[in-house]
Design a protein around this ligand. Structure first.
Ligand code: CP
Length: 331
Protein backbone atom coordinates (compact mmCIF):
# COMPACT_ATOMS: atom_id res chain seq x y z
CA UNK A 1 0.00 0.00 0.00
CA UNK A 2 2.67 2.47 1.08
CA UNK A 3 5.86 3.63 -0.61
CA UNK A 4 8.91 1.53 0.16
CA UNK A 5 11.20 3.25 2.65
CA UNK A 6 14.90 2.33 2.96
CA UNK A 7 15.62 -0.94 4.76
CA UNK A 8 17.13 -0.41 8.20
CA UNK A 9 20.93 -0.64 8.03
CA UNK A 10 22.73 -3.90 8.84
CA UNK A 11 25.16 -3.98 11.77
CA UNK A 12 28.13 -1.82 10.64
CA UNK A 13 31.39 -3.70 10.23
CA UNK A 14 33.42 -3.92 13.43
CA UNK A 15 30.44 -2.94 15.58
CA UNK A 16 29.19 -5.30 18.28
CA UNK A 17 25.66 -6.47 17.34
CA UNK A 18 24.21 -5.88 20.82
CA UNK A 19 26.52 -4.11 23.28
CA UNK A 20 23.92 -3.72 26.06
CA UNK A 21 23.92 -5.28 29.50
CA UNK A 22 20.18 -4.87 30.07
CA UNK A 23 17.05 -4.55 27.97
CA UNK A 24 15.07 -1.86 29.76
CA UNK A 25 13.58 -0.27 26.66
CA UNK A 26 13.65 0.17 22.91
CA UNK A 27 14.84 3.73 23.54
CA UNK A 28 18.57 3.82 22.93
CA UNK A 29 18.67 0.78 20.62
CA UNK A 30 20.04 1.19 17.12
CA UNK A 31 17.88 -0.09 14.24
CA UNK A 32 20.38 -2.87 13.52
CA UNK A 33 20.28 -3.95 17.17
CA UNK A 34 16.50 -4.35 16.92
CA UNK A 35 16.91 -6.30 13.66
CA UNK A 36 19.61 -8.45 15.29
CA UNK A 37 17.18 -9.52 18.05
CA UNK A 38 14.47 -10.25 15.45
CA UNK A 39 16.91 -12.35 13.41
CA UNK A 40 17.99 -14.21 16.56
CA UNK A 41 14.33 -14.94 17.38
CA UNK A 42 13.71 -16.60 14.00
CA UNK A 43 15.64 -19.74 14.97
CA UNK A 44 13.46 -20.26 18.05
CA UNK A 45 10.19 -20.20 16.11
CA UNK A 46 11.10 -23.46 14.36
CA UNK A 47 12.28 -25.05 17.61
CA UNK A 48 9.06 -24.07 19.40
CA UNK A 49 6.98 -25.63 16.61
CA UNK A 50 8.86 -28.92 16.92
CA UNK A 51 8.00 -32.02 18.92
CA UNK A 52 8.08 -31.99 22.74
CA UNK A 53 11.46 -33.77 22.61
CA UNK A 54 12.88 -31.18 20.20
CA UNK A 55 11.64 -28.09 22.04
CA UNK A 56 14.72 -27.84 24.22
CA UNK A 57 18.10 -26.22 24.11
CA UNK A 58 20.45 -26.23 27.06
CA UNK A 59 22.50 -23.08 26.60
CA UNK A 60 21.21 -21.49 29.81
CA UNK A 61 21.74 -24.66 31.89
CA UNK A 62 22.87 -23.82 35.42
CA UNK A 63 21.69 -20.19 35.18
CA UNK A 64 19.03 -18.89 37.55
CA UNK A 65 16.32 -16.71 36.01
CA UNK A 66 14.07 -14.80 38.42
CA UNK A 67 10.77 -13.43 37.13
CA UNK A 68 9.55 -10.70 39.48
CA UNK A 69 6.13 -9.48 38.36
CA UNK A 70 4.67 -6.76 40.57
CA UNK A 71 1.72 -6.39 38.16
CA UNK A 72 -0.58 -9.04 36.72
CA UNK A 73 0.35 -10.80 33.51
CA UNK A 74 -0.59 -13.89 31.53
CA UNK A 75 1.30 -13.69 28.23
CA UNK A 76 4.53 -12.02 29.32
CA UNK A 77 5.07 -13.98 32.54
CA UNK A 78 4.28 -17.37 31.02
CA UNK A 79 6.28 -16.77 27.86
CA UNK A 80 9.34 -15.65 29.85
CA UNK A 81 8.96 -18.76 32.00
CA UNK A 82 8.58 -21.05 28.99
CA UNK A 83 11.44 -19.28 27.18
CA UNK A 84 13.80 -19.73 30.13
CA UNK A 85 12.85 -23.38 30.60
CA UNK A 86 13.24 -24.20 26.90
CA UNK A 87 16.77 -22.74 27.11
CA UNK A 88 17.55 -24.89 30.16
CA UNK A 89 17.58 -22.18 32.86
CA UNK A 90 16.35 -22.72 36.42
CA UNK A 91 13.35 -20.41 36.38
CA UNK A 92 11.91 -19.01 39.60
CA UNK A 93 8.76 -16.91 39.66
CA UNK A 94 8.70 -14.56 42.63
CA UNK A 95 5.25 -14.72 44.23
CA UNK A 96 4.88 -10.99 44.84
CA UNK A 97 1.53 -11.32 46.64
CA UNK A 98 3.16 -13.62 49.23
CA UNK A 99 6.46 -11.71 49.37
CA UNK A 100 7.87 -9.23 51.84
CA UNK A 101 6.86 -6.44 49.43
CA UNK A 102 3.48 -6.81 51.15
CA UNK A 103 5.21 -6.02 54.48
CA UNK A 104 6.52 -2.77 53.03
CA UNK A 105 9.93 -3.86 51.75
CA UNK A 106 11.17 -1.29 49.24
CA UNK A 107 11.81 -2.02 45.59
CA UNK A 108 15.54 -1.39 46.02
CA UNK A 109 15.78 -3.71 49.03
CA UNK A 110 13.93 -6.35 47.03
CA UNK A 111 16.40 -5.92 44.15
CA UNK A 112 19.39 -6.15 46.47
CA UNK A 113 17.89 -9.33 47.97
CA UNK A 114 17.45 -10.98 44.56
CA UNK A 115 21.01 -9.95 43.69
CA UNK A 116 22.37 -11.55 46.87
CA UNK A 117 20.87 -14.87 45.71
CA UNK A 118 23.14 -14.70 42.65
CA UNK A 119 20.42 -14.46 40.04
CA UNK A 120 21.88 -14.67 36.53
CA UNK A 121 19.06 -12.77 34.86
CA UNK A 122 16.08 -10.90 36.31
CA UNK A 123 12.84 -10.17 34.46
CA UNK A 124 10.73 -7.41 36.00
CA UNK A 125 7.26 -6.03 35.54
CA UNK A 126 6.29 -3.08 37.72
CA UNK A 127 3.50 -0.52 37.80
CA UNK A 128 5.91 2.41 38.19
CA UNK A 129 7.55 3.91 35.09
CA UNK A 130 11.31 3.78 35.55
CA UNK A 131 11.25 1.04 38.22
CA UNK A 132 13.12 -1.41 35.98
CA UNK A 133 15.94 1.07 35.28
CA UNK A 134 16.21 1.61 39.04
CA UNK A 135 16.63 -2.13 39.64
CA UNK A 136 19.06 -2.52 36.73
CA UNK A 137 21.35 -0.04 38.49
CA UNK A 138 21.40 -2.09 41.70
CA UNK A 139 22.11 -5.63 40.49
CA UNK A 140 25.06 -7.45 38.92
CA UNK A 141 23.11 -9.45 36.33
CA UNK A 142 21.19 -8.54 33.16
CA UNK A 143 17.70 -7.14 33.71
CA UNK A 144 14.85 -7.40 31.21
CA UNK A 145 11.89 -5.04 31.31
CA UNK A 146 8.59 -6.94 31.10
CA UNK A 147 6.63 -3.67 31.25
CA UNK A 148 7.01 -0.67 33.56
CA UNK A 149 4.09 1.68 34.09
CA UNK A 150 3.36 3.74 30.99
CA UNK A 151 7.03 3.74 30.03
CA UNK A 152 8.15 0.72 27.96
CA UNK A 153 7.39 -2.91 27.12
CA UNK A 154 10.34 -3.68 24.85
CA UNK A 155 9.81 -7.40 24.31
CA UNK A 156 6.20 -6.69 23.26
CA UNK A 157 7.46 -4.25 20.62
CA UNK A 158 9.99 -6.83 19.42
CA UNK A 159 7.39 -9.58 19.12
CA UNK A 160 5.09 -7.18 17.31
CA UNK A 161 7.85 -6.22 14.87
CA UNK A 162 8.66 -9.90 14.29
CA UNK A 163 4.98 -10.68 13.62
CA UNK A 164 4.71 -7.81 11.15
CA UNK A 165 7.96 -8.73 9.39
CA UNK A 166 6.87 -12.35 8.98
CA UNK A 167 3.36 -11.52 7.77
CA UNK A 168 4.26 -8.59 5.51
CA UNK A 169 7.82 -9.50 4.53
CA UNK A 170 9.12 -6.12 5.70
CA UNK A 171 8.51 -3.31 8.14
CA UNK A 172 10.02 -0.34 6.32
CA UNK A 173 7.49 1.70 4.37
CA UNK A 174 4.44 0.12 6.00
CA UNK A 175 1.78 2.35 7.52
CA UNK A 176 0.98 1.21 11.04
CA UNK A 177 -1.99 2.72 12.88
CA UNK A 178 -1.73 2.35 16.68
CA UNK A 179 -5.25 2.89 17.96
CA UNK A 180 -7.00 3.54 21.24
CA UNK A 181 -5.67 4.23 24.71
CA UNK A 182 -2.23 5.50 23.69
CA UNK A 183 -1.96 7.64 26.83
CA UNK A 184 -1.65 4.72 29.26
CA UNK A 185 0.15 2.35 26.91
CA UNK A 186 3.77 1.27 27.32
CA UNK A 187 3.10 -1.02 24.34
CA UNK A 188 2.34 2.01 22.18
CA UNK A 189 5.46 3.84 23.30
CA UNK A 190 7.82 0.91 22.68
CA UNK A 191 6.16 0.17 19.33
CA UNK A 192 6.46 3.79 18.22
CA UNK A 193 10.17 3.76 19.07
CA UNK A 194 10.77 0.44 17.34
CA UNK A 195 8.62 0.91 14.22
CA UNK A 196 9.85 4.45 13.50
CA UNK A 197 13.46 3.24 13.95
CA UNK A 198 12.71 0.56 11.34
CA UNK A 199 11.31 3.17 8.93
CA UNK A 200 7.59 2.41 9.19
CA UNK A 201 5.13 5.31 9.04
CA UNK A 202 3.33 5.35 12.36
CA UNK A 203 -0.01 6.98 13.11
CA UNK A 204 -1.57 7.21 16.55
CA UNK A 205 -5.34 7.21 16.57
CA UNK A 206 -7.71 7.81 19.47
CA UNK A 207 -9.80 10.29 21.43
CA UNK A 208 -7.94 13.51 22.34
CA UNK A 209 -8.15 12.56 26.05
CA UNK A 210 -6.18 9.35 25.39
CA UNK A 211 -3.41 10.81 23.21
CA UNK A 212 -0.35 12.07 25.14
CA UNK A 213 0.59 15.72 24.62
CA UNK A 214 3.46 16.30 22.18
CA UNK A 215 3.47 12.68 20.98
CA UNK A 216 4.05 14.02 17.46
CA UNK A 217 7.64 14.68 18.60
CA UNK A 218 8.11 10.91 18.43
CA UNK A 219 7.76 11.07 14.64
CA UNK A 220 4.13 9.96 14.41
CA UNK A 221 1.05 11.60 12.95
CA UNK A 222 -1.93 12.08 15.26
CA UNK A 223 -5.54 11.32 14.30
CA UNK A 224 -8.61 11.72 16.46
CA UNK A 225 -10.96 10.46 13.73
CA UNK A 226 -10.76 6.66 13.71
CA UNK A 227 -11.81 6.15 10.08
CA UNK A 228 -9.30 8.75 8.89
CA UNK A 229 -6.59 7.31 11.12
CA UNK A 230 -6.81 3.78 9.77
CA UNK A 231 -7.48 4.76 6.12
CA UNK A 232 -5.17 2.68 3.91
CA UNK A 233 -3.16 1.36 6.88
CA UNK A 234 -1.20 -1.87 6.38
CA UNK A 235 -1.37 -2.73 10.07
CA UNK A 236 -4.10 -1.80 12.53
CA UNK A 237 -2.78 -2.28 16.06
CA UNK A 238 -5.53 -1.97 18.65
CA UNK A 239 -4.75 -1.15 22.28
CA UNK A 240 -6.57 -2.17 25.41
CA UNK A 241 -8.65 0.51 27.11
CA UNK A 242 -6.79 0.54 30.44
CA UNK A 243 -9.65 1.36 32.74
CA UNK A 244 -7.62 0.36 35.81
CA UNK A 245 -5.26 3.28 35.12
CA UNK A 246 -8.10 5.80 34.69
CA UNK A 247 -9.39 7.84 37.61
CA UNK A 248 -12.39 8.73 35.41
CA UNK A 249 -13.34 11.23 32.74
CA UNK A 250 -11.15 9.88 29.93
CA UNK A 251 -13.99 8.20 28.02
CA UNK A 252 -17.75 8.66 28.42
CA UNK A 253 -18.58 4.92 28.64
CA UNK A 254 -17.30 1.66 27.10
CA UNK A 255 -20.37 1.63 24.84
CA UNK A 256 -19.74 5.11 23.49
CA UNK A 257 -16.03 4.36 23.18
CA UNK A 258 -16.88 1.32 21.07
CA UNK A 259 -19.20 3.39 18.88
CA UNK A 260 -16.39 5.85 18.09
CA UNK A 261 -13.17 3.83 18.41
CA UNK A 262 -14.10 0.15 18.37
CA UNK A 263 -12.69 -1.91 15.49
CA UNK A 264 -15.64 -3.52 13.69
CA UNK A 265 -15.65 -5.38 10.34
CA UNK A 266 -17.16 -2.28 8.73
CA UNK A 267 -14.51 0.04 10.12
CA UNK A 268 -11.73 -2.30 9.03
CA UNK A 269 -12.82 -1.72 5.40
CA UNK A 270 -11.16 1.72 5.66
CA UNK A 271 -7.73 0.07 6.06
CA UNK A 272 -5.77 -1.60 3.25
CA UNK A 273 -7.60 -4.66 1.85
CA UNK A 274 -4.93 -6.96 3.32
CA UNK A 275 -4.45 -5.00 6.54
CA UNK A 276 -3.19 -7.01 9.48
CA UNK A 277 -5.06 -6.66 12.78
CA UNK A 278 -3.02 -6.82 15.98
CA UNK A 279 -3.69 -6.49 19.71
CA UNK A 280 -1.16 -7.07 22.51
CA UNK A 281 -3.83 -8.54 24.79
CA UNK A 282 -5.61 -8.87 27.05
CA UNK A 283 -8.55 -7.70 24.92
CA UNK A 284 -11.74 -5.98 25.99
CA UNK A 285 -13.94 -7.71 23.43
CA UNK A 286 -16.80 -5.50 22.30
CA UNK A 287 -15.02 -2.38 23.55
CA UNK A 288 -11.87 -1.67 21.48
CA UNK A 289 -12.29 -4.67 19.17
CA UNK A 290 -15.15 -6.89 18.00
CA UNK A 291 -14.75 -10.64 18.36
CA UNK A 292 -15.50 -11.21 14.68
CA UNK A 293 -12.40 -9.15 13.80
CA UNK A 294 -10.18 -10.47 16.60
CA UNK A 295 -10.96 -14.08 15.72
CA UNK A 296 -10.71 -13.77 11.92
CA UNK A 297 -7.72 -16.00 11.03
CA UNK A 298 -7.21 -14.21 7.70
CA UNK A 299 -6.88 -10.76 9.23
CA UNK A 300 -5.94 -11.16 12.86
CA UNK A 301 -2.37 -11.92 14.00
CA UNK A 302 -3.25 -11.91 17.70
CA UNK A 303 -2.44 -15.54 18.49
CA UNK A 304 0.67 -15.33 16.29
CA UNK A 305 1.82 -12.39 18.41
CA UNK A 306 1.64 -14.64 21.46
CA UNK A 307 3.62 -17.34 19.66
CA UNK A 308 6.30 -14.84 18.60
CA UNK A 309 6.51 -13.72 22.23
CA UNK A 310 8.13 -16.98 23.30
CA UNK A 311 10.68 -16.84 20.45
CA UNK A 312 11.56 -13.19 21.11
CA UNK A 313 12.00 -13.80 24.82
CA UNK A 314 14.23 -16.80 24.14
CA UNK A 315 16.36 -14.57 21.89
CA UNK A 316 16.59 -11.83 24.54
CA UNK A 317 17.47 -14.25 27.35
CA UNK A 318 20.13 -15.90 25.17
CA UNK A 319 21.70 -12.66 23.93
CA UNK A 320 21.70 -10.88 27.29
CA UNK A 321 23.36 -13.80 29.11
CA UNK A 322 26.11 -14.36 26.52
CA UNK A 323 28.66 -12.22 28.37
CA UNK A 324 27.89 -14.06 31.61
CA UNK A 325 28.24 -17.42 29.85
CA UNK A 326 31.53 -16.42 28.29
CA UNK A 327 30.29 -16.88 24.71
CA UNK A 328 33.10 -16.06 22.27
CA UNK A 329 32.89 -12.45 21.11
CA UNK A 330 30.68 -11.51 24.07
CA UNK A 331 32.88 -12.05 27.11
N1 CP B 1 0.68 -8.07 26.25
C1 CP B 1 0.90 -8.26 27.57
O1 CP B 1 1.81 -7.69 28.18
O2 CP B 1 0.04 -9.17 28.14
P1 CP B 1 0.10 -9.64 29.66
O3 CP B 1 -0.28 -8.46 30.51
O4 CP B 1 -0.88 -10.77 29.76
O5 CP B 1 1.51 -10.06 29.95
Amino acid sequence: MSDIAPRPPATPEGVHPFPHRHLTGIQGLQPWEIMFLLDEAEQWIALNRGSAQARHDHRLAGLTQINAFFENSTRTLLSFEIAGKRLGADVVNMAVAQSSVKKGETLIDTAVTLNAMHADVIVIRHEASGAVDLIADKVDCPVLNAGDGRHEHPTQALLDALTIRRRKGRIEGLTVAICGDVLHSRVARSNILSLTALNAQVRVVGPPTLIPAAIDRMGVSVHTDFDEGIAGADVVMMLRLQRERMAGGYVPSPREYHALYGLTPDRLKQAAPDALVMHPGPMNRGVEIDSVVADDPDRSAITEQVEMGVAVRMACLDVLTRTRRGVEGWA
